[in-house]
Structures are given as structure tokens and as C-alpha cells.
Design a protein around this ligand. Structure first.
Ligand code: GUN
Ligand code: FE
Length: 422
């Protein structure tokens, strides 16, 4: 027997980047967690199915956080006067070293998982720390939460403080043991190969990680071209390779398996074309890019080129775990890009940024982030009664207000793959 789920309410989703689909008082039907359709009237074949009626609430696809560091949750809003490299050394690395202690990890990861579960996020691609036991604690908690995630044990074997650096051979062999164990342990929580970024991974380690990604057909996530000093450093470390992207590509970490690269603020045209050719997904993290003065990523240009772009919070470069906030930040920084840098690059619209946070990022998991037939049913129900204003609003207007004002406070229910999470 298939498990049929019928949700009733005001439905909003972005099938394409150009426009929102809205349906007042409609029905979303899923069978075994997969959408069969969105209807104004419930088809006869579902007449006997139980309907969960959310009244005047909004029902939107769950939001996708393509880039977040779980062990940095406890240092949100700290060191925001620094740029990337000093911020990593003074804040991120110092904090992540604490995850050698599983008791600390247990307490801190509980807070992170509770916040993620209560947010509008249904899927996330997560960096852990380099510690395998703490990473397993995080994966157990995320599995328990019902969210669907990729989680990466971070690899770093050079240019890091002594208390947060691995031996090259241990880093690779610990990673393989961790992959084998986690592949058989979870339904919704999957391992992802996670070289921290080029400056913190030796050539030998990058070679080993590229091989592991190929051997187990695992996705890859890392950072690319976030900050000018970082890019200069990569050039010094790898003078024989043309660009930052070429370094990952050379070691089999650039789209040979599905890949997310966070930031991509300063890409050359050549690198954009390589990203396009390799099908690499960009995780645009506007709040982080502002906080640690990295810059403004040219997202309009990426979209014009046909690159795949999703959004990330980049906790704790970003201080907010809210993907609604990431949508507004993406729109706001695109406006500054248009005004200050290039008048020809039109600012992002709400449907565009909403698409990136749903179907755009969701495509990393497959058919995720929309209510079209065949998509996995991830949904968030929002009771925006107190944001509804005094005059009647269209559904698109209500969504715009929720995105800007809700701060994830109005969530009434949440589903992942058709299962209730909240
Ligand atoms: N590059 C390498 N590591 C990090 C990190 O933890 N945060 C950010 N924003 N960039 C990085
Ligand atoms: Fe990051």
C-alpha cells in the first residue's frame, strides 16, 4: 500500500527561475514521499485520503542550505571585523579544535541540530570538523531530526594550527573508514568528501580524496575563490596551475562527481566556463561575503551563463541560520553589485532568489525543491497571519513579506520526503 499524503493550503513554488506558481486553497498530493500533483480540486482517486488542512497558511517547498559549518554554530556573530584568513585562524579553527572532545561536540551539535530542525530548511550540505567521532555524533543527530543532509568530515593537513591538523595518511584513511561506516548507517544522512579548501590540503591529500570520491561515487564540497588574499595564496602554493579552479580540477575534485563550491566571488570567465562544463554547483553565501568583507559574487552573470547556483548560510561566516535571510541577503547584495559595480547586471528578483533556495539548490539531491510531479515532497507550512497586513495581499506578496520579515518564526509544520519533521 502506498502512503498517500494530502496537504491543503495556499501553495507557492518556483518551477522555473522566472516566475512563482501560486495556487489558492489548493491540494498537494504525494505518494510514498513523491509528489503526484498539485490540484485546485482533489481528484476522485484521492477522495478517501485523509486531508491535512492548513487553512489560510502558505505551503512552500523546504529551503535548501547548500553550505553551512555545524561546528561554527557556537561562534556566530564573532570576529566580524576580520577578513577570511585571520578570522579562520582566530575564530573558526580555535572553535573547531574543541570538537576533539565528544562531550563538547554533543552539547554544541545538539544546539545546531535543534536550530536547523526548527528553521525553514529541509536539506543542507554540512561541513563538520576533522574529528570522526564528533562527525558521527552530528550525523546521528541529523538522522534523528528527519532532515535530509550531506555531512562532510573535514580534511586539512597543512597550513593549520598544530591542534587542528591531520597527518596526510591518517586524514585519507580515517576518511575511508568513516565513509564505509556512514554509508551503511543512515537513510537521510549521507557522507560528502570535504577538503576544507586548497590552502589547507596537501597535493597528496587532494589526490587521495579525489580517488575516494571516484571509488565510492561520493559528492564533493569545498570553498572556491572567496577572498583576494586566499586566491593569491593558492597561486603561490600552486604556481604550475592556471587558476584556483584548475587546482581542484587537477586532483579530481571539480565535478568528476557532483560538486558544490562555496562563494565563487572572484571567478575569471575561464573558471566560470569550467564550472559550467563540469556541472559544478555554486553555493552563493551573501551574508558571509559581507560579514568577512569577501566581496559580492556576480550571481547575475553566473545565471546568464547557465551555471547552477544555490544559496548557503555559511554559518559562521554568516551569523543567521535562516535561509529566508539568505534569500534577502542575496537580493540586497545583488542590488549593491548593480549600483556600485556593474549597471548591466540587474539585481536578483524574489522569484529568482527563491528558486535558488529551493529547486536550484535542491537539484543537488535530484528532484527536490518543487511541487512538480516526481519531486520528493519537502514542504514548509507558514502561518503568516500576523504578517498579512491590513489590506488583502496576493500569495506572491505574502511570500515576499515572509521572506523579509518572518525570521523562521511562523513555521507551523515541516515535511521531508513526505515524513513529518515538525
Ligand atoms: N575557507 C576555508 N574554511 C572556511 C570556513 O570555515 N569558512 C569560510 N567562510 N571560508 C572558509
Ligand atoms: Fe564556508
Amino acid at each position: 500500500m502506498e502512503k498517500t499524503l494530502v496537504l491543503k493550503g495556499n501553495i507557492i513554488f518556483a518551477e522555473s527561475i522566472r516566475e512563482l506558481k501560486t495556487l489558492e486553497d489548493g491540494f498537494i498530493v504525494s505518494e510514498d514521499g513523491v509528489v503526484t500533483g498539485v490540484f485546485t480540486q482533489l481528484p476522485r482517486k484521492y477522495q478517501n485520503a485523509e486531508v491535512t488542512d492548513f487553512g489560510d497558511s502558505l505551503i512552500i517547498p523546504g529551503l535548501v542550505d547548500l553550505h553551512v559549518h555545524a561546528p561554527q554554530f557556537a561562534i556566530r556573530g564573532m570576529g566580524m571585523d576580520l577578513e577570511l584568513i585571520p578570522w579562520l585562524n582566530q575564530y573558526a579553527f580555535t572553535e573547531e579544535a574543541k570538537y576533539a572532545d565528544t562531550e563538547y561536540a554533543d552539547t554544541a551539535y545538539s544546539a545546531f541540530c535543534a536550530a536547523l530542525k526548527n528553521s525553514a530548511t529541509t536539506r543542507a550540505s554540512v561541513f563538520a570538523s576533522l574529528h570522526v567521532p564528533a562527525t558521527e555524533i552530528l550525523m546521528n543527530m541529523l538522522e534523528e531530526s528527519g532532515l535530509a543532509t550531506y555531512v562532510g568530515k573535514v580534511n586539512m593537513d597543512r597550513n593549520c594550527p598544530n591542534h587542528l591538523v591531520e597527518k596526510t595518511c591518517d586524514s585519507a584513511s580515517d576518511t575511508e573508514d568513516w565513509i564505509r561506516c556512514s554509508l551503511k548507517s543512515y537513510k537521510n544522512t549521507k557522507p560528502i568528501i570535504t577538503p576544507r579548501f586548497v590552502p589547507s590540503c596537501s597535493e597528496e591529500l587532494m589526490t587521495a580524496l579525489g580517488a575516494l570520491a571516484g571509488k565510492y561515487h561520493l559528492p564533493v564540497q569545498s570553498h572556491l575563490s572567496e577572498n583576494r588574499d586566499e586566491i593569491k595564496w593558492v597561486k603561490e602554493l600552486h604556481p604550475g596551475l592556471e587558476t584556483y579552479s584548475d587546482v581542484y580540477d587537477y586532483f579530481g575534485l571539480f565535478g568528476q562527481e557532483p560538486t558544490i563550491m562555496a562563494h565563487c566571488v572572484y571567478l575569471s570567465d575561464y573558471e566560470m566556463d569550467l564550472i559550467l562544463k563540469r556541472g559544478v554547483m555554486v553555493a552563493h553565501c551573501p551574508q558571509s561575503n559581507i560579514n568577512i568583507s569577501s566581496g559580492i559574487a556576480p550571481v547575475r552573470k553566473m545565471l546568464q551563463k547557465g551555471m547552477r547556483v544555490g544559496l548557503g548560510t555559511d554559518i559562521a561566516g554568516g551569523f543567521s541560520i535562516s535561509m529566508f535571510r539568505a534569500i534577502t541577503d542575496a537580493i540586497q547584495s545583488s542590488k549593491m553589485y548593480a549600483v556600485l559595480i556593474d549597471r548591466n547586471q540587474a539585481p536578483l528578483t524574489l522569484p529568482e532568489a527563491f528558486y535558488m533556495a529551493t529547486k536550484g539548490g535542491g537539484s543537488f539531491w535530484g528532484k527536490v525543491g518543487s511541487f512538480e510531479p516526481g519531486f520528493e515532497l519537502d514542504a514548509v507550512v507558514i502561518d503568516d497571519g500576523d504578517l498579512n497586513g491590513l489590506s488583502p495581499l496576493t500569495l506572491a506578496q505574502r511570500l515576499e513579506r515572509v521572506v523579509h520579515l518572518s525570521e523562521d518564526r511562523h513555521i507551523k509544520a515541516k515535511y521531508v520526503r513526505g515524513e513529518t519533521v515538525l
